[in-house]
Ligand binder design. Structure first.
Ligand code: EPU
Length: 427
């Protein structure tokens, strides 16, 4: 198992380029199931989760060709789903990556049937998929849970009005992908407004779908009989961008985060400005300058354009060394404070009361051995490690590799002292 070894205390300088977005790439890879014609995708990031999704699609019968290894480590892929053999997402895949459930909507819409394992519990919360199931049932599908699997059937889905009980990102994506091939018009109210939903909608529109309102809380989809091939470039990863901005906010320095765009970043930029960080947007990206210790900030996570739950751990790491006390409330997932214990090992002063963390900023953190517990928690620990005095070792870095492409190389290029230590497993 790999781990990161970080020698903290150096400011960051230079340029870093963010990769294609994990949470846009995953649903867009699944969109290839909606057509028998090829879907060509650019800027597909090289991540563990993308690898898992590719494996799942290949198991189902999709052909995936790498057309180009792009200069920045991303890939240009061609996916062709013209001869599907297994219309199933087995437990072994779904348990390693919940986003596998995104094959449900497209499979059902195009083939009239799907068998997808019900995801189990998850480290950050229960994360049920009842809204996906309810929405597909409203479109006329027969939905049953049998032997731990969601069994879905429908001759052809029908347009429906769906109001989701809460804002759900993959729920909105699954229903939108199902609705593009349904008969008639579907309205999704209380839809997720996340930029990744918009990127998926743009890709579907290129394939011939008729979708209005993506990016608002009402998405209207007029079903069509078939979709064709298309070419699409995956949007840049706003969470990776936000993670680098937080790294500079905590460690100090000046970095141009290429491909970062303020309209995608929701409330993250406001919070960083409140913390005293300078941010300057240009055509190329966002230049971040941090010349002094950050100020404390209070925030609550919320659906887009609110403060992303996927940025909570990274901003908490910044708050850990801020001047003053920050109050951080997590409203999306029940159990997304697992990094707190680990940040405490580095000397952070954090108390948790239910869904709220009270972070009393300290002037200095001290390096220690810590353990990554989930993807964004790992990113928070890396940021804390960059400022901690001495050496920090972060175990179980595979969590980080699920969603960040070669983070140690990108950070090293801007002056951080981070190395990946690969432990050989005994023969
Ligand atoms: N929820 C339900 N029922 C449902 C669907 C969701 O109760 O049917 C609840 C969830 O339990 C949660 C809330 O609704 O409390 C929001 O969950 P959502 O469905 O929006 O989350 P998701 O679609 O499973 C995506 C991202 C997550 C990100 C969340 C929130 C992908 C592949 N994943 O998950 O990303 O945290 O939206 O923005 O897009 C990450 O990248 O580290 C990550 C966890």
């Amino acid at each position: 198992m790999d781990r990161f070894r970080i020698s903290g205390g150096t400011a960051l300088h230079g340029e870093v380029t963010v990769s294609g977005a994990k949470n846009a790439a995953l649903p867009i890879l699944c969109a290839s199931l909606l057509s028998s014609e090829p879907l060509e995708l650019l800027d597909v990031p090289r991540l563990r989760d993308v690898g898992t999704m590719r494996k799942l699609l290949i198991q189902m019968g999709t052909r995936i060709e790498t057309l180009e290894h792009q200069a920045d480590g991303q890939e240009r892929l061609r996916l062709t789903s013209d001869a599907m053999t297994h219309l199933q997402a087995p437990y072994e895949m779904v348990k390693t990556m919940r986003a596998s459930v995104l094959v449900l909507g497209p499979m059902l819409a195009r083939f009239g049937e799907a068998l997808v394992s019900l995801p189990g519990g998850c480290a950050i919360g229960q994360r049920p998929v009842d809204q996906h199931i309810k929405g597909l049932a409203a479109m006329g599908a027969e939905m049953r849970i049998e032997h731990g699997y969601i069994k879905a059937q429908a001759k052809r889905l029908r347009g429906a009005r769906i109001v989701t009980d809460m804002v759900t990102v993959t729920g909105t994506e699954n229903l939108m992908m199902a609705a593009v091939l349904a008969e008639g018009t579907t309205v999704i109210d209380n839809a997720a407004r996340e930029p990744e939903v918009v990127d998926l909608a743009n890709c579907l529109i290129r394939m011939g779908a008729r979708i209005e309102g993506a990016g608002t809380d009402r998405i209207v989809i007029h079903g069509v009989d078939r979709l064709g091939g298309a070419q699409h470039t995956i949007m840049a990863d706003r969470i990776e961008a936000g993670t680098f901005l937080c790294a500079v906010a905590a460690a100090g320095g000046e970095v141009l985060v290429r491909r970062a765009r303020s309209d995608m970043m929701g409330a993250t930029l406001e919070k960083l400005r409140e913390a005293g960080v300078q941010l300057l947007e240009s055509e190329e990206g966002i230049r971040v300058t941090a010349s002094r210790r950050p100020e404390s900030v209070n925030f609550r996570t919320a659906p887009f354009p609110g403060l992303a739950t996927d940025m909570q751990a990274q901003l908490m790491a910044v708050s850990a060394i801020a001047q003053g006390t920050s109050i951080i409330t997590e409203t999306i997932f029940e159990n997304r404070f697992m990094h707190v214990q680990e940040l405490r090992r580095l000397g952070a002063q954090i108390e948790v009361d239910g869904h709220t963390a009270i972070v009393k900023g300290v002037a200095e953190l001290s390096g220690a051995r810590v353990m990554a517990t989930d993807l964004r928690a790992s990113a928070g620990l890396v940021i804390a490690g960059l400022v901690a005095q001495g050496e920090t070792e972060i175990d179980r870095i595979y969590h980080l590799d699920r969603g960040y492409d070669r983070m140690e190389q990108k950070l090293s290029a801007i002056g951080a002292r981070v190395t990946r230590v690969t432990e050989k497993t005994p023969a």
